[in-house]
Design a protein around this ligand. Structure first.
Ligand code: AMP
Length: 174
């Protein structure tokens, strides 16, 4: 994991002052590293207990769709408002300042389906907690939540205690 961690670029003060942005483009342009990251993210979960893999816009799509292909599972997107064309369910959630929203197609999940929720990075946990709520509102079951990166100093895990959670690479400061 240390070799994968070394391929993540921290861009200071992006998108605003004080944020150290974890840039994964420097990891995924390396084919061996990208494959190792996908294999290791997938190894944290049991494919026999997963029906669908959900990716969170936009960087979550990169990891979730590769995992879905590896396991021969369906991929479902959760997107920012106004992007999905058919009937959607929307959930608003609180940010530090203001609110944001996510949408999912109403027919993306059948009741009882087990959904693995994937994003590139866990920060405060608000985004993935909202995605998990959408899964549950459609009658699905969250099979787990998986990330490449976790910013442990933000303690996003606290919002996700009821789920099996995995992250491969931790940063304990900006
Ligand atoms: P949060 O809801 O706070 O857990 O934020 C998670 C979302 O914001 C993820 O989709 C990340 O891609 C993005 N994000 C938050 N903080 C960072 C960061 N420091 N570097 C890169 N992406 C981030």
């Amino acid at each position: 994991m240390e070799s994968l961690k070394a391929l993540i670029r921290t861009v200071p003060d992006f998108p605003k002052a004080g944020i150290g942005f974890k840039d994964i483009t420097t990891l995924i342009k390396n084919g061996d590293a990208f494959a190792a990251a996908i294999d290791e993210m997938a190894n944290q979960f049991d494919p026999d207990r997963v029906d669908l893999i959900m990716g969170i816009e936009a960087r979550g799509f990169i990891f979730a769709s590769a995992m879905a292909y590896k396991w021969n599972k369906g991929f479902i997107p959760v997107r920012k408002p106004g992007k999905l064309p058919a009937q959607t369910k929307r959930l608003e959630y609180d940010l530090e300042y203001g609110t944001d929203a996510l949408e999912i197609h109403k027919d993306a999940i059948q009741p009882g389906q087990r959904v693995l929720v994937i994003d590139d990075l866990l920060a405060t946990g608000g985004t993935v907690a909202a995605a998990c709520q959408l899964v549950e509102q459609l009658g699905g079951e969250v099979a787990g939540v998986g990330f490449l990166i976790e910013l442990t100093f933000l303690n996003g895990r606290a919002k996700l205690e009821q789920y099996k959670l995995s992250s491969l690479i931790e940063f304990d400061s900006e």
